[in-house]
Design a protein around this ligand. Structure first.
Ligand code: SF4
Ligand code: ZN
Length: 258
């Protein structure tokens, strides 16, 4: 398996993975999206809330705030506390605000300074004069398969293109090059940006068989955008570790070695 980073900007990571089967490409996508443990608020003890939002609406907004967290927490069900809840598997965040003000994600305070909202500017609610909000939220690790608040990322992929150009057969090279929405060719039909091709086949039609484009079923271009507090590269590493863990468990159950 060969991995190459093609682009990284605006929180999106584009990479090319070669030498994998279609089923494995899908395993990578699904694992990074929803099979990496991510921290999110799961329980809220609402002490005071006379804001314009109902308790339930506020709880939902707070649960969806992405949190940054260290790799030291346990899943509650795998923790030595037997799922009762302890400092190794849960973290308590507190809000105590009086209006007038906008309550933001950054107002969630906790004793573990490594657990923080990924964006402190996310608004939670507005408090008018004489309004106040006091609550205690408990965050735990969970999986996107159980609830979207634990979804780690949005991941998409497409097959990489295979492009063959017979320039002598193409009558109007410039018009053919200009027809490509992804600017894959220069004006002389030299391929300058192959991996941008989205297999739309426009150049194939216009060139009248001077160009052949097909999809490579063993090479994939992934776009990964984190929606949790972990960065894209951490998600890839944790995703691949998770696939290995599951493969080892599967073989152990089947009585075989990796
Ligand atoms: S298939 Fe579409 S995107 Fe790809 S090179 Fe041809 S025109 Fe461009
Ligand atoms: Zn515990």
């Amino acid at each position: 398996m060969d991995v190459k980073i093609l682009d990284e900007k605006n929180g999106k990571l584009v990479l090319k993975i070669e030498g994998i089967e279609p089923a494995f490409a899908n395993v990578i996508r699904r694992t990074i999206m929803s099979d990496i443990p991510v921290m999110a608020v799961d329980f809220i003890d609402m002490e005071k809330n006379n804001s314009a939002f109902f308790d339930e609406a506020l709880a939902h907004r707070i649960a969806m705030i992405p949190l940054k967290f260290p790799n030291t927490y346990n899943l509650r069900e795998e923790c030595s506390c037997d799922g009762k809840g302890c400092s190794n598997c849960e973290v308590v965040l507190v809000i105590d605000k009086k209006g007038p003000c906008v309550v933001k994600a950054g107002d969630l305070k906790t004793i573990d300074e490594l657990v923080t909202p990924a964006d402190p500017e996310i608004p939670i609610t507005y408090l008018d004069e004489k309004q106040s909000l006091k609550l205690e939220a408990t965050a735990i690790l969970g999986f996107g398969t159980n609830h979207s608040k634990w979804q780690a990322a949005v991941v998409g992929y497409r097959m990489a293109p295979v492009i063959k150009v017979d320039a002598d057969k193409v009558k109007n090279k410039k018009a053919t090059a200009d027809s490509c929405p992804k600017k894959v060719y220069d004006s002389g039909l030299k391929i300058v940006n192959k991996d941008a091709c989205n297999l739309c086949m426009r150049c194939v039609e216009i060139s009248q068989d001077g160009i052949k484009v097909s999809a490579n079923p063993s090479s994939y271009i992934f776009t990964i955008e984190s929606v949790c507090g972990l960065d894209n590269k951490t998600l890839i590493n944790r995703g691949l570790d998770r696939i290995q863990e599951k493969a080892e468990l599967f073989l152990k159950v089947a009585g075989k070695d990796l």
